[in-house]
Write a protein that binds this ligand. Structure first.
Ligand code: PEP
Ligand code: MG
Length: 325
């Protein structure tokens, strides 16, 4: 098995019936690049930039951010790098940016909600990103988008900063995709409309499950409700993927479920374009996909959202469809 994985390091991700899926890695800092390259990821599907803010004693400067983003883009070039703008709030705090105490931090002032409010912070980050875009294949992603107006507001600020930099004579890419996390149920339900304005979706199952099931993702007492294969979750996921495809956009997943061996066959069947996971999972998933037929998984995916009524139903269904005979 180890020998097979070693061989797969330099291979593309191809299923038993010849379909390609893109396997990306999630990173938190440029230090994670070694693992990404060592495991043969085809992209970075999620760069969680909040660690740049959390590892610092003050707001990181435009220059410091630029250097970090440039390093990652250059190392991966020409492979795509999806950089998510900062997702502070919820359980992630900054000592130098006191946030109001809230009864429900996960439902509060967080991520894009802070960025649209504190535009000084947001514009600095976007400038650093846009400057770095000249050094690789950059895609920018906004976290915790719940409404079309939030997406449009974020996109407008991005375009303003890009125009300014062009006016200043700075070299920038003309090809920066701007997409969004799909992690709030309201956005997932309205994915067909979001697909008209966003260049891509990346499904954040960690939060999408938490908010859909109304179960805190860190609370052990309700962890039985954390059900990635619940048909309610899978219907949302399918709607997100189908909506993207109808508008000619791509859909990925960067939540933990993207590397889950039970979820992977279902997602293959739904035609998810990109799977992003911890670097150490890439070769395992590449090997799993190599042994499965994407077309056969379509039947599995169809049944998972139409016939099954529980998380457990779908665990059994996947076992049936992936059993070696
Ligand atoms: C998610 O919510 O699934 C996700 C990838 O983002 P985070 O885990 O950083 O909230
Ligand atoms: Mg999230």
């Amino acid at each position: 098995q180890k020998a097979e994985w070693a061989q797969l390091k330099t291979a593309k991700t191809i299923t038993a019936d010849g379909k390609h899926f893109e396997l990306g890695a999630n990173i938190g800092t440029p230090k994670d690049l070694d693992g990404v390259l060592a495991n043969g990821a085809e992209a970075i599907g999620l760069y969680r930039t909040e660690f740049l803010y959390m590892d610092s004693s003050e707001l990181p400067s435009e220059e410091d951010q630029f250097q970090a983003y440039k390093q990652v883009l250059e190392a991966m070039n020409p492979k795509p790098v999806v950089v998510r703008t900062m997702d502070i709030g919820g359980d992630k705090k900054l000592p130098y940016l006191p946030l109001p105490a809230e009864d429900n931090p996960f439902l509060g002032y967080r991520a894009i909600r802070i960025s649209l409010d504190r535009q000084d912070i947001f514009r600095t980050q976007l400038r650093a990103l846009i400057r770095a875009s000249a050094f690789g294949n950059l895609r920018i992603m906004f976290p915790m988008i719940g409404t079309i107006n939030e997406f449009k507001a974020a996109k407008k600020i991005f375009l303003e900063e890009k125009d300014k930099l062009v006016q200043e004579g700075v070299k920038v890419s003309d090809n920066i995709q701007t997409g969004m996390m799909m992690e709030i149920p309201a956005a997932a339900v309205l994915a067909d409309q979001f697909a008209k304005v966003a260049d891509f979706f990346s499904i954040g199952t960690n939060d999408l499950i938490q908010y859909t099931m109304a179960a805190d993702r860190g609370n052990e007492r309700v962890s039985y409700l954390y059900q990635p294969y619940n048909p309610s979750i899978l219907r949302l996921v399918k709607h997100i993927i189908d909506s993207a495809h109808k508008e000619g956009k791509w859909a990925g997943m960067c939540g933990e479920a993207a590397g889950d061996p039970i979820m992977v066959p279902i997602l293959m069947g739904m035609g998810l374009d990109e799977f992003s996971m911890s670097a150490t999972s890439v070769l395992r998933v590449r090997s799993q996909m190599k042994h499965l037929s994407a077309e056969y998984m379509q039947t599995l995916a169809e049944r998972a959202v139409t016939e099954s009524t529980t998380n457990e139903d779908n665990e059994k269904l996947v076992a049936e469809f992936t059993a070696e005979d």
